[in-house]
Design a protein around this ligand. Structure first.
Ligand SMILES: NC(=O)c1ccc[n+]([C@@H]2O[C@H](COP(=O)([O-])OP(=O)(O)OC[C@H]3O[C@@H](n4cnc5c(N)ncnc54)[C@H](OP(=O)(O)O)[C@@H]3O)[C@@H](O)[C@H]2O)c1
Length: 201
């Protein structure tokens, strides 16, 4: 398969690329990559797909999209607007603009996160974004044409991320285990599923 991974250099995206590249051709995309894409910018998404061409790939994986983590009373209008524009609308637009560029029976795999189901203090903006990504995928799965599929991976805290944050990594799942859920979504037959990598590990 020919597979686009958006967020290819990230903590999650890099092991996803590594796992997929063993069996597939992978196009590594991000804001600073080649090809470049900024999912926060609809014009950048359109330009990215224009360059790829119509019906040119079998799968698009998105392991990118930002949200603001901050105490509820400190979250500003801009924090909410940013989080919804990046992680939610960014991924929705990757799907909306991407449909003509996927070959028949291709797939989209998006990213939500554990905070959708198990919010923590500080997740007032990001928890609803994650939940909405999952709701979008369930709804879109009912309507995608030509056998296209869409699924969401909902990562728990990743061990390497907790390490970077100076927190106890013991409660995190290794990024390589998280990556296996993306591979399962791309290579499997699920549609409209939310995949918990901890359940596969
Ligand atoms: N790590 C965790 O513990 C964890 C847990 C649950 C959910 N998640 C979710 O998983 C996703 C990836 O997280 P991560 O920890 O792997 O992030 P990360 O290490 O910061 O990597 C982000 C990746 O996405 C790219 N990127 C960032 N903004 C982008 C944009 N606007 N358009 C296109 N590419 C962009 C980055 O490269 P460039 O800088 O070149 O663009 C990089 O390749 C996020 O949505 C995050 O909320 C992460």
């Amino acid at each position: 398969m020919k597979i686009v991974v958006i967020g290819a250099t990230g903590t999650i995206g890099a092991p996803v690329v590594e796992a997929l590249a063993a069996r597939h051709e992978v196009i590594r995309a991000s804001r600073h990559g080649r090809p470049a894409i900024d999912i926060d910018d609809p014009a950048s998404i359109a330009a990215f797909y224009r360059e790829l061409g119509v019906g040119s790939v079998d799968a698009v994986v998105c392991a990118a999209g930002a949200g603001r983590f901050r105490p509820l009373e400190e979250l500003t209008d801009e924090d909410f607007a940013f989080s919804f524009a990046s992680k939610l609308m960014g991924q929705i637009n990757v799907v909306r603009r991407g449909i003509p560029h996927l070959r028949d029976n291709g797939s989209f795999t998006l990213t939500s996160g554990v905070l959708a189901q198990k919010p923590a203090p500080g997740s007032g903006a990001i928890a609803p974004v994650n939940a909405a990504v999952e709701a979008f995928a369930r709804a879109a799965a009912l309507e995608l044409p030509r056998g296209l599929r869409i699924n969401v991976v909902s990562p728990p805290w990743v061990r390497e991320t907790l390490q970077k944050l100076g927190r106890d990594p013991a409660g995190g799942l290794p990024a390589a285990d998280v990556a296996r859920a993306y591979v399962a979504a791309v290579e499997g037959r699920q549609n409209g599923a939310v995949i918990d990598p901890a359940a596969l590990a």
